[in-house]
Design a protein around this ligand. Structure first.
Ligand code: BGC
Ligand code: ZN
Length: 367
C-alpha cells in the first residue's frame, strides 16, 4: 500500500513509498482492527517532523510514516474484538503506553517515562497510509452523522484535555464558577479552545496577531466570543478591558506569550499551556511582579500534552454539541483539502505556505 513517510534526522525528506499492508493478525490475541484511512489532518508537528526538528522512526526502520490526526472506517476485526465492527467510523488515539504507572492505568498522556511513543510522531508509524491496524483500546468510534468533520477530533482532544485538567485542578477551590476566559492564538487549537469554552458557557476573548476581519476572527465571533488583535490591544491591556480571566488557554506556539498571559490571569485563575515550542528563545520578564501576583493571587499554571482515550470520548461529545449549537461551524475549519496520498508535496506546500489555512488535510479515500 501507499504511505507518506519521512527519514527522521534528514530535513525535507517527505516522500511517497510502498509499504506492506497491515493485517488484523499483526495485533496479538485476536484483537486487531484494520482501518481504511479516509482523511488525515496535518499540523505544526508534521512541519517540524519534515524539518527534522522532531520525530523518530520505529525501531528497525529508517523511515517514519507520518500523520497523527486520523479518520477512517473499520474494514475488518479480529475474532476477539467486540467493541467495533466493519463499517464503523473511527479515530485512533496517538500515544501508546510506555512503562510508568500512568501508562499502566490508561493515562499514557501523563507518562513520566523519558521515552514516549506517538503514532506518526515518535517511534511508531502514523496514519498517512491507505490502512492501519491497532488494538480497539486505541480506537474511538465516531458518529456517522459527523463524518465530514471527523478529522477535527484529534486536535479537539488537545483542547479537551487542557480544559478538563484545568477544571480538575480547580476543585482545590471547593467552588469554582469560571466566567471569563481568554484564548491566546486563533489557529486551529485556539479556535477549538474558543468553541469548547463557549460550549461550557464562558465569556471568551480570543487574541491573535492578525487584525480583523478575516476568516478566523469571523469564526470566533460566530461563536459569540470576541476577537482582539494584539496589534491593537496588547495582552495585558486586554485583561484590563475583558478580565480578570478565570482561565487562559495558551495556543500561540510562542513561548513569550506565556509570561504575558501570566500577567493577564485573574486571582485563583488557571493558565493552560499547550504550545510545543521546539526553539531556543530567551526573553526578559518582570519576574518579581509575576511571582508576587501568582503568590498573592493563588494562581496556577499547567502544561498539557497529548490526550488519552477519555479525552477523545469527550471530544466526540463536544463536536456533536457544537454541531447542534453552531451548525456548519466545524466544517468551515476544513479550509485546505488535498486529494490523494500521491499529492504529498501539495499537502506540504499548503501546510507551510497557504495563506489563511486553518486545517490542511489529505483526502486519502472518499468518505
Ligand atoms: C499532537 C499531540 C502530541 C504532540 C507532541 C501534537 O501535534 O497533536 O498528540 O502529543 O504533538 O508530540
Ligand atoms: Zn497535532
Amino acid at each position: 500500500m501507499k504511505a507518506i513517510a519521512v527519514l527522521p534526522g534528514k530535513p525535507n525528506s517527505m516522500h511517497l513509498r510502498e509499504v506492506p499492508k497491515p493485517k488484523v493478525s499483526d495485533i496479538p490475541n485476536g484483537r486487531g482492527v484494520l482501518v481504511k484511512v479516509l482523511r488525515v489532518g496535518v499540523d505544526g508537528t508534521d512541519k517540524e517532523i519534515n524539518a527534522a526538528e522532531y520525530g523518530a522512526a520505529p525501531q528497525g526502520y529508517d523511515y517514519l510514516i507520518t500523520g497523527h490526526e486520523s479518520f477512517g472506517i473499520v474494514e475488518e476485526v479480529g475474532p476477539n474484538v467486540v467493541e467495533l465492527k466493519p463499517g464503523d467510523y473511527v479515530v485512533a488515539t496517538v500515544r501508546r503506553p510506555g512503562h510508568s504507572i500512568y501508562d499502566q492505568i490508561g493515562t499514557y498522556d501523563m507518562t513520566t517515562d523519558d521515552m514516549y511513543y506517538e503514532r506518526g510522531i515518535n517511534l511508531r508509524h502514523g496514519f498517512l497510509a491507505e490502512y492501519y491496524v491497532d488494538d480497539p483500546e486505541y480506537i474511538v468510534k465516531f458518529p456517522r452523522g459527523l463524518k465530514e468533520v471527523g478529522v477535527l477530533l484529534e486536535p479537539t482532544t488537545v483542547v479537551e484535555k487542557g480544559i478538563a485538567q484545568a477544571y480538575e485542578i480547580q476543585r482545590r477551590l471547593r467552588v469554582w464558577r469560571p466566567r471569563r476566559a481568554a484564548v491566546m492564538g486563533a489557529g486551529t487549537i485556539g479556535l477549538l479552545a474558543t468553541l469548547a469554552l463557549r460550549l461550557r458557557g464562558l465569556e471568551v476573548v480570543t487574541l491573535g496577531r492578525t487584525p480583523k476581519p478575516y476568516l478566523n476572527s469571523e469564526l470566533i465571533e460566530a461563536l459569540g466570543a470576541r476577537y482582539e488583535s494584539t496589534a491593537d490591544l496588547p495582552i495585558v491591556e486586554s485583561a484590563k478591558k475583558y478580565g480578570p480571566f478565570d482561565i487562559i488557554f495558551e495556543a500561540t506556539g510562542a513561548s513569550a506569550v506565556v509570561f504575558e498571559s501570566m500577567q493577564a490571569l485573574g486571582k485563583n485563575g488557571v493558565l493552560v499551556l499547550s504550545s510545543v515550542t521546539g526553539g531556543n528563545k530567551s526573553i526578559e520578564i518582570p519576574a518579581d511582579k509575576i511571582n508576587l501576583e501568582f503568590v498573592l493571587g493563588n494562581k496556577v499554571t499547567v502544561g498539557t500534552v497529548n490526550a488519552n482515550r477519555e479525552y477523545f470520548e469527550m471530544g466526540v461529545k463536544d463536536l456533536a454539541h457544537a454541531e447542534a449549537e453552531y451548525r456548519g461551524w466545524l466544517r468551515r475549519l476544513l479550509t485546505h483539502p488535498v486529494k490523494g496520498l500521491e499529492n504529498y508535496q501539495e499537502l506540504l506546500n499548503k501546510l507551510t505556505t497557504a495563506k489563511g489555512a486553518i486545517k490542511v488535510f489529505c483526502e486519502v479515500a472518499e468518505l
